[in-house]
Design a protein around this ligand. Structure first.
Ligand code: SAH
Length: 356
């Protein structure tokens, strides 16, 4: 549901100001349609049904993993693919991983979304509808912007989404935005009054290696990105989560861990090592290599956790579900996806979380 469209439609209809909040709160608490909104006049519910789509997204496919992870593939009104994931943990955390763009204009070499064509920025309504989809079946308490796209390149819509999340049960402190290191976005988030958490996709402490893995490093070099994260910490007093995807033989050796520890102030950063979900280009590091990397970081005084892998049995890796559906559609002569892919990630304060 697009809250802005809801507000303008109700205002045009001469409705009192409280009405938009009343309708939104029904949706945010998991109503399945306008019909359930018993304190809203029936005629108005009917009018809303015709003028404000209850969801801007059409569910294309949903996959359920044995560990409780649910992945949904949606399509927007103009045919763009969007993926979102719900992760359910034994400790009661229910975390939703949201996409901020369809496709991604950046070209990180290990990421399936990055190898696909960029679609467009999603609206706040389209981002909220991903979360509302899961909210209709489950309570949710964490949100991470670790799905398709670079949230800092669509920050106004991402922040508009964040403003609405508490009504769905997700506080700002349990909301995290993950970035490749888009400096203007990091600075904007540092200025933002909402206490939203920051996660940085780092992946290599050496500038040349990082540029090779993430071409954005040529535009925003790591040293400048870390300076921006330090400004964020100074402004917000919130630790920054470092995401580090473990690519076999590429960035997973002890020397890389020492380089990483050398650039991270342990008061400011906490590292989350991500077992790679292979999507073609690289192999994932073996478990023992990831453990050794973590041990080296700890020896150097840098706190590090290893992300729990979830949803492996449901095409939960980046773009897998969208790619599969696009392939099936192509084989029956339908139009292929204009761009698809997805990543999911950890809950903001996760000891361990889902692998993309
Ligand atoms: N553009 C933002 C948010 C989306 S990516 C960013 O880069 O931070 C969310 C996380 O998933 C990133 O840390 C990314 O590096 C990671 N990721 C992407 N593809 C992956 C894969 N195949 N396996 C494991 N992690 C992956």
């Amino acid at each position: 549901m697009d809250p802005a469209l809801l507000e303008s439609t109700l205002a045009d209809a001469g409705q009192p100001a409280f009405r938009a909040r009343q309708v939104w709160e029904w949706a945010a608490r998991g109503a399945a349609g306008y019909g359930e909104m018993t304190n809203v006049p029936a005629a108005l519910r009917e009018e809303l049904d015709g003028r404000v789509p209850f969801s801007s997204l059409e569910l294309v496919r949903e996959a359920f993993a044995t560990d409780g992870t649910v992945k949904a593939l949606f399509r927007t009104h103009d045919g763009r693919s969007v993926e979102a994931v719900l992760m359910q943990y034994r400790d009661g955390r229910r975390s939703v991983c949201l996409s901020s763009q369809s496709g991604c204009p950046l070209t990180c070499t290990f990421c399936a979304t990055g190898t696909m064509k960029f679609g467009r920025n999603l609206t706040a309504g389209e981002i909220l509808d991903q979360a509302l989809h899961f909210r209709r079946e489950h309570e949710i308490n964490h949100v991470v912007f670790m799905g398709m796209g670079e949230p800092m390149m669509n920050l106004p819509q991402v922040l508009e989404t964040c403003r609405r999340l508490p009504s769905m049960g997700v506080t700002h402190r349990r909301t995290a935005v993950s970035t490749v290191g888009w400096i203007p976005g990091i600075d904007a988030l540092a200025e933002e009054p909402m206490p939203i958490r920051l996660a940085l996709s780092l992946h290599a402490a050496d500038e040349a290696l990082r540029s090779q893995i993430m071409p954005i490093n040529d535009r925003y070099p790591l040293a400048e990105v870390l300076a921006a994260c330090e400004r964020f910490y100074a402004a917000k007093k919130r630790q920054v989560f470092v995401e580090y995807v473990m690519l076999a033989g590429v960035n997973d050796q002890a020397v890389h861990a020492r380089e990483l520890a050398a650039v991270l102030d342990p008061r400011i950063y906490k590292v989350n090592l991500i077992p790679y979900n292979p999507t073609g280009m690289y192999d994932g590091s073996p478990r023992a290599v990831i453990e050794r990397f973590r041990a080296v970081l700890e020896e150097q005084g840098v706190g590090a956790t290893i992300r729990l892998t979830m949803g492996r049995d449901i095409d939960a890796a980046c773009g897998q579900l969208a790619a599969k559906v696009a392939g099936e559609e192509a084989s029956v002569g339908a139009e292929a996806d204009p761009g698809a892919g997805e990543e999911s990630g950890p809950a903001p304060d996760a000891e361990a979380a889902a692998a993309p």
